[in-house]
Design a protein around this ligand. Structure first.
Ligand SMILES: [Zn+2]
Length: 180
């Protein structure tokens, strides 16, 4: 029996070999020149059919061990996002006590973040992170976790107060709020 794949881009079922061939042709110089099946170009399903992600351009941070918050290399990231040290600071902050059981002098603020980005195949997608400190952390969180990220469009830090959702002013957040 012929192995098939469900193509989300063209909403069709193709044989795996057809999918792989389309992916290769869409990435060839002829294919690019002729705008041949542009949705096949950076497609992750195509890469899987081909058995190689040589045409998929991912962020260098993707699946790396760089903490989204402090940018330090870590042997393990909690939820694939932050290092143990940042995670512990966050827990202490939540409890209001440091590791010695003393009350914290500095209370950090964490925000839910919503990031809108374009995928490798041109779709627009939105992803949310529960606790980030800065927009740059939100950007790195997307780069670390989203396999089909092409370009970030918008990063919003949200402050969910009892009266609903409120946007946080840039001046209230720590660090730079520039989106690179
Ligand atoms: Zn960290």
């Amino acid at each position: 029996m012929v192995e098939t794949v469900s193509c989300l881009e063209y909403s069709a079922v193709f044989s795996k070999s057809f999918c792989a061939a389309s992916h290769v042709k869409a990435n060839s110089s002829d294919g690019i020149g002729a705008m041949f099946r542009t949705k096949c170009r950076y497609c992750l399903i195509g890469a899987e059919s081909l058995g190689s992600d040589q045409y998929v351009k991912r962020s260098v941070l993707f699946k790396s061990k760089v903490c989204a918050r402090c940018k330090r290399q870590s042997s393990r990231l909690v939820n694939g996002l932050r290092c143990i040290s940042c995670y512990n600071r966050e827990r202490e902050n939540f409890l209001g006590l440091n590791k010695h059981g003393n009350k914290l002098k500095l209370v950090r603020r964490y925000y839910p973040a919503r990031v809108t980005f374009i995928t490798l195949t041109g779709a627009v997608r939105e992803v949310e992170f529960k606790k980030v400190m800065t927009k740059n952390e939100a950007r790195r969180s997307v780069e670390l976790t989203q396999p089909d990220l092409a370009k970030i469009l918008k990063i919003i830090l949200l402050d969910r107060c009892p009266h609903g959702t409120r946007l946080v002013n840039a001046s209230e957040t720590q660090g730079t709020t520039q989106i690179n």
